[in-house]
Design a protein around this ligand. Structure first.
Ligand code: CAA
Length: 383
């Protein structure tokens, strides 16, 4: 049976997140963008409302929300600011490997304390020389008694300089390629661990992004998720889930772009009437609406599959690629509708375009999403 109705609980979260975005995120988003500053107060308020780290399981005191709940909330937060939403989203990215491969004891140690305050998690896969080719990671893990010693560096890590812990992917045997990788939890403050915040991003400037350096960082073997050798697959399974919130955020940005474009088009006069009366503008708005509705249903479908434990990697890749490409086009069209005013930061639309550009790149570029889709499509045909 197909049901297009959200549950009452989902509608409540949607309303809560919508109000929070309107009252708390929208008023400060421009300032955090200009100053490239961490939205500490917003994250604290989000935590107090229960909108942070929502997927932490009930067994350790969390809400235990699912993918569809996350998508519903994510669309609303991103409507307010994609960069601020990325702080929330990247924390759930850091939590997901623990949900997929962590033991109850690891949940107690790492997830329960996360709920004690506006704390964040992070996920460190990409490296200065390896982004799309994640299996070629150079960060090394060496076993030493009951410990693992980590050396190397990670790049483009959202929340990397703020996280209470980071799930780090490293190779313990490069000859085995992906089969020689592990996933390990590294808590902030471990000796030899340092994070350098990166500056000068085009958009999503409220979201802190860092380079992480590991210099003889020693953690107990008990911090390894699953077995040594599982690392790459844990990363892939994580991304299959977390590309869904990226898609949801893209829908939120596109919805905001449409609202801004409509608001401007009904006010702005040209040739003696509001520009919304011209078909050239109406068609842009209609195309934005088509994209938003289509992307949302594909996002919900991927989330629905994930929540039922059904294969969802391909559906998530479709949602992520389609929604982020659509949202970039929508933001660009919102700039076009605004004309010259679209190009100045007194209006919010140029920021939407800068922010959502990243949705086409992170959590696997859209070229990688197409690769995932094509492989799934051709799997059996090219054997
Ligand atoms: N689930 C489970 N297993 C999977 C899998 C999945 N989705 N995808 C691949 N695997 C398994 C394969 O079955 C294979 O297993 P066997 O050896 O047992 O057969 C193994 O993993 C290797 O798979 P591939 O041969 O397909 O691996 P590959 O080297 O060709 O790479 C890839 C595949 C899809 C290109 C992958 O490298 C990839 O997804 N790259 C993009 C990485 C990425 O998304 N990075 C984003 C970083 S996070 C970020 O941006 C966060 C942020 O800060 C916001």
């Amino acid at each position: 049976m197909i049901d297009f109705e959200l549950t009452d609980e989902q509608k409540q979260f949607q309303n809560l997140a919508r109000q929070f975005a309107r009252d708390r995120i929208v008023p400060v988003a421009g300032e955090h963008d200009r100053a490239e500053s961490y939205p500490e107060e917003v994250v604290r308020q989000g935590y107090e409302l229960g909108l942070l780290n929502t997927i932490v399981p009930e067994s350790v005191g969390g809400l235990g929300l699912g993918s569809l709940d996350e998508a519903v909330i994510g669309e609303e937060l991103a409507y307010g600011c994609m960069g601020i939403y990325t702080v929330f989203m990247a924390s759930e990215l850091g939590i997901t490997p623990l949900l997929l491969a962590g033991t109850p004891e690891q949940h107690e140690r790492f997830l329960r304390p996360l709920l004690d305050g506006p704390n964040l998690a992070a996920f460190a896969l990409s490296e200065p020389d390896n982004g799309s080719d994640a299996g070629a990671m150079k960060t090394r893990a060496t076993f030493d008694g009951d410990d693992v010693v980590i050396n190397g560096s990670k790049m483009w890590i959202s929340n990397g300089d703020r996280a209470a812990f980071t799930v780090v992917f490293a190779s313990f045997d490069p000859e085995l390629r992906h089969k020689g990788t592990l996933a390990v939890v590294v808590e902030a403050g471990r000796e030899g661990f340092s994070a350098r915040k990166l500056h000068g991003k085009l958009g999503q400037r409220a979201s802190p992004t860092a380079e992480l350096v590991f210099d003889q960082v020693r953690v107990p073997r008990a911090n390894i998720l699953g077995q040594p050798g599982d690392g790459f697959k844990i990363a892939m399974r994580t991304l299959d889930k977390t590309r869904i919130p990226v898609a949801a955020g893209s829908v939120g940005v596109a919805r905001r772009a449409l609202d801004e474009a409509v608001g401007y088009a009904v006010e702005r006069q040209a040739f003696g009437k509001p520009i919304a009366r011209f078909q050239a503008i109406q068609f842009k708005l209609a195309d934005m609406k088509i994209g938003i509705e289509t992307a949302r249903w594909q996002t919900y479908r991927a989330a629905w599959l994930a929540d039922r434990g059904l294969p969802h990697g391909e559906a998530a890749a479709i949602a992520k690629a389609y929604a982020s490409d659509m949202a970039f086009r929508a933001a660009e069209e919102a700039v076009n509708v605004h004309g010259g005013y679209g190009y100045i930061n007194e209006y919010p639309v140029e920021k939407l375009m800068r922010d959502v550009k990243l949705n086409q790149i992170y959590e696997g570029t859209n070229e990688i999403q197409r690769l995932v889709i094509a492989r799934s499509l051709l799997e059996r045909r090219l054997e």
